[in-house]
Design a protein around this ligand. Structure first.
Ligand SMILES: O=C(O)/C=C/C(=O)CC(=O)C(=O)O
Ligand code: MG
Length: 215
């Protein structure tokens, strides 16, 4: 296993995020169910690792947690068929797609991009790298998230509209993926606001978990 993959944060390649990939989450925000994947990007400067705090961005009024399964790409993918995707997966991680919801809604209303709403500093807290043999089936992983000990999100990756293989294949037909690029695969229902002083704990079943404070 390449040490670049284990150190995917320092390697610092493209962060691609998938939106509205769980029906119940699309519905809770009043959005239509997508007929094909849609993606957006976060800058690598938004990564943080455990020990660092999530900082509420300037002028933010409603910052939401979104717990997600992250995939680390292990080797170059360009127009790769779904059956060949498993060979290109380098490993996994747990991620938070922290979102400035009001800024996102405001951008949506004006037809503007979500870059600042999704890419502010500290908007991408992640866990340690999870070797791929720890997740033999990425479509059967529990995702959970608590705020101050209260369960807010509880889902399973089997509820994804577009499974991991489809997502990577679809992306690779449009954007070449390289070793160390990562994909956040979307969040299940239960997203909600956090405030200064809150503690977020979340996990991929009992495979890995992480804890972050909101500053
Ligand atoms: O469309 C919206 O209002 C919001 C969508 C998201 O924030 C998409 C995600 O990041 C997700 O589904 O995980
Ligand atoms: Mg998300």
């Amino acid at each position: 296993m390449s040490s670049k993959l284990q150190n995917f944060v320092k390697f610092g390649r493209t962060i691609i995020c998938v939106g509205r990939n769980y029906r119940a989450h699309a519905s809770e925000l009043g959005n239509p169910i997508p007929s094909e994947p849609f993606v957006f990007l976060k800058p690598v400067s938004s990564y943080i690792t455990q020990g660092q705090d999530i900082k509420l961005p300037l002028g933010a009024s409603e910052i939401h947690h979104e717990v997600e399964l992250g995939v680390v790409i292990g080797s170059r993918c360009s127009s790769v068929t779904e059956s060949n995707i498993p060979d290109h997966i380098g490993g996994y991680f747990l991620a938070l797609d922290m979102t400035d919801r009001n800024r996102q809604k405001s951008a949506q209303t004006k037809g503007l991009p979500w870059t600042v709403a999704k890419g502010f500093d500290t908007a991408c807290p992640v866990s340690d790298f999870v070797p791929k043999d720890r997740i033999p089936d990425p479509q059967n992983v529990d995702l959970w998230l608590k705020v101050n000990g209260n369960l807010r999100q509880s889902g399973n990756t089997k509820l994804m509209i577009f499974p991991v293989k489809k997502l990577i294949s679809w992306i690779s037909e449009r954007i070449t993926l390289e070793e160390g690029d990562v994909i956040l695969t979307g969040t299940p229902e239960g997203v909600g606001p956090v405030r200064s002083g809150d503690i977020i704990e979340c996990g991929l079943g009992d495979i890995t978990k992480m804890k972050y404070s909101i500053k």
